[in-house]
Design a protein around this ligand. Structure first.
Ligand SMILES: Nc1ncnc2c1ncn2[C@@H]1O[C@H](COP(=O)(O)OP(=O)(O)OP(=O)(O)O)[C@@H](O)[C@H]1O
Ligand SMILES: [Mg+2]
Length: 466
């Protein structure tokens, strides 16, 4: 990428030393020049030095040496601007040069003005291209980071609602238990702008807007508005202008702040502290909560008129336990996100995870994957790789009563556990300390387990061996 501090480096590839000299003179103080007098020299320079643009003579040692060089330059750098130059206007060659990937053509003349313009134009195009690529990269990254994974009927319905809400400009309230993906949904509500970027999104934790600094946080301030205001600062609404202000856990917003928010929503303008000039703004408010705001209104804890304003489009997200069919896809998604796309979740492990109640919803599932990736010794994830709370949940759960051998999953896990313990007991010749160490278990827990499985004769064996 180009460094704005440094002049761009131009490589002139031309066997004509007079043209080289004249161009150097014309570009002096504007660009840094490198010279090559034939194709081999040019390639050697391009391989070893950063060059931002190339001026390439069509005719050198042979009439088409310049043309033949184009694909070789393209191999080294597919994006490097190449301006063809020629003393003779041979349109056939120019067409061929363009076909091979040249960016522009300038006929040689004593006046270098046209050449200077062409170089400037190409460098500007290049800058724009880089900027667009960066934007594109950011948009793709954003899309990847905040993907809404799942294909359960409730997620499919949710996607439809999101699409409709996105197309409108109404305020939205998203409800759902903790970790269900409220912020993911809020981010999906951003419209894509004409240049391919997403509209602004400013997330605010509603509880952190403090009365003393609220006005400045929300509306911004001018330099000198109060002690310590050493520069003008935009407030939340101004930052989000043209996009979305996301108030996370809006139920925690103090009543005094609720009044201020209501006023901004009514007036659609803000006045920075220390200024008397209102700034008209265009933004949309998306609020999230896991509480029942109507109930809060009836208790006087939330302003009724604010609720009316913010909840034009209510969106609710189902807890994960009610859309278990999303779990396999989410497991794969988080495995990939944590850099382990190779992780294979056995059917039993998936079944076991599906029966869990997921109080922390998708966030908790992401944590489970992180845990498993850290602890598991192979890429095949079995029930034994899951933390105990997932296995505990299996006991008596009707969802797991259809084990493959007519046994419930819990019974199958218990059988497996017994098998492992029996085998280890034998191989450690009843040495409980060694066995506990090997299995990474607490000794007293191991005793209990052995007893549970009717393997307690080991205790006497263990006594003998210790
Ligand atoms: N459907 C989904 N697909 C992919 N990732 C998801 C999905 N839902 C949630 N997540 C991920 O789970 C985590 C929690 O999501 P998010 O922060 O949006 O939840 P939340 O409802 O806002 O939680 P809280 O109430 O605690 O603020 C994030 O890492 C998010 O990327
Ligand atoms: Mg959240």
């Amino acid at each position: 990428m180009q460094n704005p501090q440094k002049p761009s480096r131009v490589l002139i590839i031309d066997d004509d030393s007079v043209f080289q000299m004249a161009t150097k003179l014309a570009f002096k103080g504007i660009y840094e020049i490198r010279s090559a007098y034939n194709g081999d020299e040019a390639l050697a320079i391009l391989r070893n030095q950063a060059v931002e643009i190339v001026l390439l003579d069509i005719q050198m040692r042979t009439p088409d040496e310049g043309l033949k060089l184009i694909p070789k330059i393209r191999d080294l750098d597919p994006d490097l601007p190449i301006i063809m130059t020629s003393g003779m206007t041979d349109y056939e060659s120019v067409r061929e040069a363009m076909r091979l990937g040249a960016s522009d053509y300038v006929g040689k003349s004593l006046e270098q003005e046209e050449l200077l313009h062409a170089v400037q134009r190409q460098l500007e195009n290049q800058k724009l291209k880089t900027r667009n690529q960066q934007k594109d990269f950011q948009a793709r990254l954003e899309h990847k980071t905040h993907r809404l994974v799942g294909n359960s009927p409730s997620i499919l319905a949710l996607r439809k609602v999101i699409d409709k809400a996105r197309a409108s400009s109404f305020n939205v309230v998203i409800t759902g238990e903790t970790g269900t993906g409220k912020e993911v949904v809020a981010r999906q509500l951003r419209k894509t702008l004409e240049d391919g970027t997403l509209e602004p999104f400013v997330a605010v934790d509603s509880a952190t807007i403090q009365s003393t600094t609220a006005e400045s946080q929300l509306f911004g301030h001018e330099k000198g508005a109060f002690t310590g205001a050493d520069k003008s600062t935009k407030g939340i609404f101004e930052e989000a202008s043209g996009g979305i202000v996301y108030f996370d856990e809006v139920a925690n917003m103090p009543l005094s702040i609720q009044s201020k928010l209501l006023r901004v929503l009514q007036e659609k303008e803000v006045t920075r502290l220390g200024s008397n000039k209102p700034i008209p703004l265009d933004f949309r408010v998306v609020c999230a909560t896991n509480r029942n705001l109507e109930e809060m209104v009836s208790k006087g804890e939330f302003k009724d008129d604010l609720l009316q304003r913010i909840s034009v489009i209510p969106i609710s997200i189902e807890p994960l336990r009610k859309r278990q069919e999303d779990i396999p896809e989410l497991l794969a998604h988080f495995s990939k996100k944590h850099g382990r796309p190779d992780l294979k979740w056995s059917d039993d492990a998936i079944q076991c995870v599906r029966t869990y109640t997921w109080p922390g919803n998708v966030r908790e599932l992401g944590n489970l994957v992180a845990f498993v990736i850290t602890m598991a010794e192979s890429n095949e994830i079995e029930i034994s790789d899951l933390p105990p709370k997932f296995r505990e949940g299996l006991r008596g759960s009707p969802a797991v009563e259809n084990g493959t051998h007519g046994k419930s999953l819990y019974e199958q896990v218990a059988d497996f556990e017994k098998q492992v313990l029996g085998r280890e007991l034998e191989s450690s010749q009843g040495n409980i300390s060694r066995m506990a160490l090997k299995l990474g278990m607490d000794r007293s827990h191991l005793y209990t387990k052995l007893k549970e499985h009717g393997l307690q004769s080991s205790r006497s064996a263990q006594k003998k061996s210790e």
